[in-house]
Design a protein around this ligand. Sequence first.
Ligand code: GDP
Ligand code: MN
Length: 389
Amino acid sequence: MDLYEHQARELLHENGVLVPRAEVVDTAEAARAAAERLGGRVVIKAQVKTGGRGKAGGVKLADDPAAAELTARRILGMDIKGHTVHRVMVAEPVEVEREMYLGFTLDRAAGRFLAIASAEGGMEIEEVAARRPEAVARIAVDPAEGVTEAKAAEIAVAGGLPRETTGTIRRLWTVLTAHDALLVEVNPLVVTRDGSIVALDGKVTLDDNARFRQPSWDAADDRARDPLEARAAAAGIGYVKLDGEVGVIGNGAGLVMSTLDVVAGCGARPADFLDIGGGASAQVMADGLSLVLDDPDVRSVLVNVFGGITACDAVADGIVRALDTVALTKPLVVRLDGNNAARGRAILGQLAHPLVHQADTMDGAAARAAELAGSAASSATGTSDPSAA
Ligand code: GDP
Ligand code: MN
């Protein structure tokens, strides 16, 4: 997960890196008020998760609060490389003496981290790196040794950074390791007129694999805005909300992806991607089913399971258990194959629920679910409801 600049700035600040005073706002009026609090003259910066904001016109100096309001109004709503600007950071301007580049990133091939440092930081760093790679130093960092004072000095010397940056170099390393980041980048890191070392920008990418031990990330994550996705994340279920009307549940990402394709091939649209996983329990099946049934767009549900470690009887038990607590209001098509398929089918057969349909093949199940989604839609208007005839 990438962080916004203002979130990265927080992490740097907490770890002792100097950053300009700043506030984040989402209206032009609030930008004006923030500028008043910050002393009048401010820099207005678009908060989007992409680089090159400066070149795109998303970073502007404003001389006074009135100019801050006008500038914020221009930047809010702007599109930067496909990202809409919803918020701006209003920051105290810094008198820049020189701009440098400093970052740590993971070198997967080498199984090490990499410090990247350059005396020629700023908006042209990509051009510098392409045209004169020798101006951008890359120093391997052994994760077990970390960045000692000697290592920090080595990085500073290699990149041509002043000796005074070693403290900042070590603090950036602390941000990377303490927060399980894959990337911590400051461009530009500046020397100010009065000789301080200040991070003028910040980019941090957190390692999603470390989410289990970083509970504070959930608050920073704005991807799970959809309430169903948020609920799935809390239950530890792999779920992505889609636009269609056929709810899809399967085990294993590959099988679920193919199920989406087969549903689409039947002329219907999948309402979600839900993977109960390879070793799912009956409880996970129950949680997943109640989640999909709670999606108001879903008109039929297709459960497609190839039993392996999760045997089909456990999946059938999960469905039965889910129906104890969740009222089934939409047709459910179940295709069970693989480990203990016969037992699973028998359990569902015994259930004899009028809305639960079984199918032998994936294609047949998808066609049935698509058809039921259609008939569910028309029965809502009362035209093809057999009980009304
Ligand atoms: P990016 O283009 O997305 O990387 O955004 P940055 O935050 O790096 O800002 C772009 C450029 O604006 C920086 O490289 C600086 O040259 C300049 N800049 C940003 N804030 C200030 C500031 O407070 N003072 C000065 N003098 N320049 C700034
Ligand atoms: Mn930058």
